[in-house]
Design a protein. Structure first.
Length: 449
């Protein structure tokens, strides 16, 4: 079957796009993208072309741009061109040239499709790239050797939101034969010959060596990619079921019952799939599992979230903001704001300290306090030893005795240390942390509205 027919059948089979859609083709001028243009043109699809000039190869970069402009004239299509100072951008963001070019390219493509505040989207419904089967095999191997999850083993997806790769079914040699049969022109990128790029090393050296032992290796790997695509679907269904049982959304936070999580199998995989969405790496999975056995108040952090051990729960909370339901108080913190309230912390010598009697101030013996503390809303089952009493009391009963209204109860917060309530904020401290004649340093906590 010829490539043109297989191309159109693949699009229909994968339900990639329809004839009413306007397509934005990423065109470098090389063989692959030149074939993509010809296939879309002969199929009668509505498309325009986008070319990135990364200014990395001097005159060759300018040659590529001129070629793509001429290609647009040949097909009577609009050509959009973007110039990038890739080396400067890579240095500024501490990225490799390859990674920088990829990020710049896709950021621009998405801007063309989705629009921006300065330029509304008018340039197409989908982005098409010319990645083919050989590219996908190289991606699979790179992911495998670098270390990856199931998603990495299925390599590049045929469709990711607005990004479509309609040539993943075809081998490089098939594209070459098609181009020769159609007398297509293209330009060669000299950087494709350099082994300093990982992909080129796999292409030029690793795969040919393996082919000497397993001649069908590329066909086998291509078949494995299809299998891994289906495995990923099953895998994701299982992960979704675990998440449904384990995760409880509470405002901006996610709460996870520790006993349920510990019974989950396989624990490490489930933990990783839960925390990766919150900026945590696979290397932090062990830290999370260690957290299950730690004391209350311990936590681990990512760039955007914290996972806090709070009694029998793990709480995944955004880095502290007004909408958080759980706050960590470190020893160096001077204040925390929550729900329109501000709490300030101050360490003072006990000598000559004058005890204050206002309810909005807690005065505690520093020797009895260990950080971090947890600031959270009260809940049923909480109890403490109210200052002035020797027996413990349920917090719910304490609030009834204090004649706190139902609506006011919803605004009650507590400060807790390793399962022990230190202060009912704005009301009463726990007697176990009170100042005594032996106190050397006072932790003063003051609530300000």
């Amino acid at each position: 079957m010829d490539l043109q027919k297989r191309f159109q059948e693949f699009i229909a089979k994968e339900n990639l796009f329809s004839r009413k859609d306007k397509l934005l083709l990423a065109v470098s001028g090389g063989l692959d993208s030149s074939v993509l243009c010809a296939l879309c043109h002969d199929a009668g699809f509505d498309f325009l072309m986008a070319h990135c000039n990364f200014k990395l190869r001097g005159a060759e970069s300018e040659r590529d741009e001129e070629f793509v402009m001429a290609l647009g004239e040949r097909y009577g299509r609009e050509v959009l061109v973007k110039h990038f100072d890739t080396e400067e951008w890579a240095a500024k963001h501490k990225l490799s040239i390859q990674v920088a070019a990829r990020e710049l390219r896709y950021a621009w493509f998405n801007e063309l499709i989705r629009g921006s505040a300065l330029a509304p989207a008018t340039k197409g419904d989908f982005i098409l790239t010319a990645h083919h089967q050989d590219d996908n095999i190289e991606t699979l191997l790179m992911h495998f050797f670098r270390g990856t999850g199931i998603a990495g083993l299925r390599a590049m997806a045929v469709k990711q939101d607005k990004l479509i790769r309609p040539l993943l079914f075809a081998k490089k040699e098939e594209l070459e034969k098609f181009a020769q049969s159609k007398n297509l022109d293209w330009v060669e990128d000299s950087s494709n010959l350099s082994d300093k790029y990982s992909r080129n090393y796999f292409r030029h050296h690793l795969i040919p060596i393996v082919q000497k032992i397993y001649p069908e290796v590329t066909n086998n790997l291509a078949a494995n990619i299809d299998r891994f695509r289906e495995v990923e679907v099953l895998y994701q269904q299982a992960i979704d079921q675990h998440k449904k049982k384990l995760l409880e959304q509470r405002g901006a936070e996610v709460h996870i019952p520790i006993l349920k999580l510990k019974k989950s199998n396989p624990l490490q995989t489930i933990c990783y799939e839960i925390i990766k969405e919150f900026g945590f790496s696979s290397q932090q999975v062990k830290e999370l599992i260690d957290l299950l056995e730690s004391e209350s108040g311990k936590y681990i952090s990512s760039g955007t979230h914290r996972i806090i051990k709070n009694r029998n729960w793990l709480i995944i909370a955004p880095n502290q903001n007004e909408k958080s339901e759980t706050f960590l108080i470190e020893k160096g913190d001077s204040s925390i704001s929550f729900g329109g309230t501000n709490i300030q912390f101050e360490f003072l010598p006990a000598i000559n300290y004058k005890v204050q009697t206002q309810n909005n101030v807690a005065q505690l013996d520093c020797d009895e306090i260990s950080f971090p503390l947890v600031l959270r809303r009260w809940k049923k089952g909480d109890y403490f030893y109210p200052f002035g009493m020797t027996k413990k009391k349920k917090l719910s009963r304490f609030l009834i005795d204090e004649k706190v209204s139902k609506t006011a109860k919803e605004k009650i917060w507590v400060i807790e240390m390793n399962k022990k309530i230190v202060w009912i904020v704005g009301m009463r401290i726990d007697s176990r942390f009170r100042i005594t004649s032996n106190t050397k340093e006072v932790l003063k906590i003051e609530m300000r509205m």
